[in-house]
Design a protein around this ligand. Structure first.
Ligand code: DC
Length: 225
C-alpha cells in the first residue's frame, strides 16, 4: 500500500477530478481517476455488442479484453487491446451506459481490486470516484467528499461540453446529472455517499483554486510530513 492515500469522492460535476489532479500535482503524488475504469469497461462492452444488463457477459468482456490504465502527467490513459481510448470513454453515449457497469457487483469487486493494485505500486496517491473512501480505501489517510448543488454542477458540465464544440441544453445536462446522482446513490453496491470520516466540502460557491487550497490545508494539517 502507498505511504499516503487521499480519497476524493463525490457526484458528477462536483469538481473532484480537477481537484484530485491538481492536488496530486502539488503533492507530487500519482492520480487515479476510477471513473475512467468504469467508462473503459463500458466502452469495451459497447464495442463487443453484449447485453449491458447481463453481468456475466460484462465479466466475460472484462476477462477477454486487455484493459490497461496508466497515468501520465496527471492524465488517465485508458487502452483496450492496445488502442488508446482515453478520449472516446468521455463520449456522452459511454457516460449514459456506465451505470450498467457501476451497478454490477462482480465488476465493482474486480475494479476495486485493480484500484488497490494500482495504489500498491505508488508511493503517494490521490484517487477519486464514488466509493474510494467507503470501499476501495477504507483506511485512507485522508478522505474528502466534494458536493455542489445540481444546478451549479450542470453549468460546469455545460461549459466543458461547449468547449468540445457541443450545443447541449442546460436543462438536459441537469436532468442527466440528476439521473446519474439517483443511480449512483441508490445502487446496492458501492453507492455514492460520504465515508463517516470524510471531510465534506460544498463547492457550489467556490472556485477550483479555492477548493484545492482548502483541501491542501486539510492535508497539511493532518499529515504535516
Ligand atoms: O466520474 P465519472 O463520471 O467519470 O464516472 C463514470 C461512471 O462510473 C459513473 O456512472 C459513476 C461510475 N463510478 C463508480 O460507480 N464508482 C467509481 N469509483 C467511479 C465511477
Amino acid at each position: 500500500m502507498a505511504d499516503l492515500v487521499i480519497t476524493i469522492d463525490g457526484p458528477a460535476g462536483s469538481g473532484k477530478s480537477t481537484v484530485a489532479r491538481l492536488l496530486a500535482k502539488k503533492l507530487d503524488a500519482s492520480f487515479l481517476d476510477t471513473g475512467a475504469m468504469y467508462r473503459t469497461v463500458t466502452l469495451a462492452a459497447m464495442q463487443s455488442g453484449v447485453n449491458m444488463s447481463d453481468q456475466e457477459k460484462l465479466l466475460e468482456v472484462m476477462e477477454k479484453k486487455n484493459l490497461n490504465f496508466s497515468s501520465r502527467e496527471g492524465i488517465m490513459l485508458a487502452h483496450i487491446d492496445g488502442a488508446d481510448v482515453s478520449e472516446q470513454i468521455r463520449e456522452p453515449e459511454v457516460t449514459a451506459n456506465a451505470h450498467y457497469v457501476a451497478s454490477a457487483a462482480k465488476l465493482r469487486e474486480k475494479l476495486v481490486e485493480m484500484q488497490r493494485d494500482f495504489a500498491a505500486g505508488e508511493e503517494k496517491i490521490v484517487t477519486e470516484g464514488r466509493d474510494q473512501g467507503t470501499v476501495a480505501f477504507g483506511d485512507a489517510d485522508i478522505k474528502f467528499y466534494l458536493t455542489a448543488q445540481a444546478g451549479e454542477r450542470a453549468k460546469r458540465r455545460l461549459t466543458e461540453l461547449r468547449a468540445k464544440g457541443r450545443s447541449d441544453r442546460l436543462e438536459d445536462v441537469q436532468q442527466a446529472i440528476e439521473e446519474r446522482d439517483k443511480s449512483d446513490k441508490n445502487r446496492a453496491v458501492g453507492p455514492l455517499r460520504p465515508a463517516d470520516d470524510a471531510i465534506v466540502i460544498d463547492t457550489t460557491e467556490l472556485s477550483i483554486e479555492e477548493v484545492v487550497e482548502t483541501v491542501l490545508g486539510c492535508v497539511k494539517e493532518k499529515c504535516p510530513g
